[in-house]
Design a protein around this ligand. Structure first.
Ligand SMILES: [Ca+2]
Length: 311
């Protein structure tokens, strides 16, 4: 697993250009998120292309961000369906749908090739795709071709249902019956510990102040680069505890703030993205009730009015 890196390459017409780009390795840990027991007792396939299944993946305790570096899929090695096929699509969704269902598609459809085997898993290398997952996410198997020209995904029915299995039929995600067991899809993630995290302000904050203090966590004693709407606006150092803090001036409207840390001669991936909306125009308030000069013989009164922003 590596950090992304960019380099300028000069290309001369009609000549082959070769340039090696050094990718510093990720400092962190890797994990394969697994909810099946590794042995298949059943299989499934859909009749229509475009349908499929997904497993809801949760990051390790205390982790809220990771790079999805690969997916493992277990396809059946038998002759169902006949003749079957090997092409399928990989898709990744976040969990922002209703009740935590798949929401936004983070990646895909990515073309993939299934190994149909009684023993071997199909590993899809996603490390070049820069798929960042934040919290729960779904790794999906989408059927590229219709029955019977498709591989069959295996199910582990000998262990208890994880409650994390979902079907995608005619554009709709639904949790599968617990009797389906566990669809055999696993996710390989890397926790890139060098990437800073912005802890304050919270995403989608509103302010009327022209400057804001951005606070976060990073590795100790690192240079932290802060960006506003894609432009570098501050460089600060993290403390021995890894804390950092920077004053940033805001522009009217939306300010998208991210941070990167120095990592060798390069920079890390960007941190979580925090949007701060500067709304410095005072609201205009008009009171409809009570009327001016109106008198009451009670100790409380309901005031009704409207406020609107100047545009
Ligand atoms: Ca099993």
């Amino acid at each position: 697993m590596h950090y992304p890196n960019t380099a300028e390459v000069t290309v001369v017409g009609n000549e082959e250009s070769v340039q090696n780009i050094v990718l510093p390795p990720i400092v962190g840990t890797s994990e394969t998120i697994t909810y099946d027991d590794g042995t298949a007792e059943a299989l499934n396939y859909m009749y229509s292309a475009g349908n499929g299944w997904a497993v809801k993946m949760s990051l390790a305790d205390g982790k809220n961000r990771a790079v999805l570096t690969g997916g493992y899929y277990k396809f059946d090695g038998g002759d169902r369906p006949d003749p079957g096929g090997t092409e399928f699509l990989v898709e990744v969704y976040d969990s922002t749908g209703p009740n935590g269902l798949p929401g936004e598609k983070i990646a895909g459809p990515l073309e993939a090739e299934a190994i149909r085997s009684e023993t071997d898993w199909t590993f899809i290398d996603l490390s070049g795709e820069e798929i960042i997952v934040e919290g729960d996410f779904y790794l999906a198997y989408i059927q590229k071709d219709e029955y019977p020209y498709t591989p069959a995904i295996n199910r582990d029915t000998s262990s208890e249902s994880s409650g994390r299995n979902y079907s995608y039929i005619d554009g709709e995600w639904k949790q599968t019956s617990t009797s389906d067991g566990n669809y055999m899809i696993r996710a390989e993630v890397a926790y890139d510990e060098a990437v800073p995290e912005i802890t304050s302000p919270l995403n989608n904050s509103y302010t009327a102040e022209n400057t804001i203090t951005v606070e976060g966590q990073a590795n100790p004693n690192k240079e932290i680069y802060l960006y506003k709407n894609g432009s570098e606006v501050a460089v600060v150092s993290s403390s021995e505890d890894g804390d950092f803090s920077a004053e940033i001036s805001l522009t009217e409207g939306s300010n998208t703030i991210t941070a990167k840390a120095a990592q060798g001669e390069s920079l890390t991936r960007p941190s979580n993205q925090v949007e701060v909306i500067l709304d410095s125009a005072p609201p205009i308030v008009s009171i409809n009730s009570p009327q001016d000069g109106e008198e009451f013989n009670k100790t409380s009164v309901t005031v009704q009015g409207k406020w609107r922003k100047k545009i």
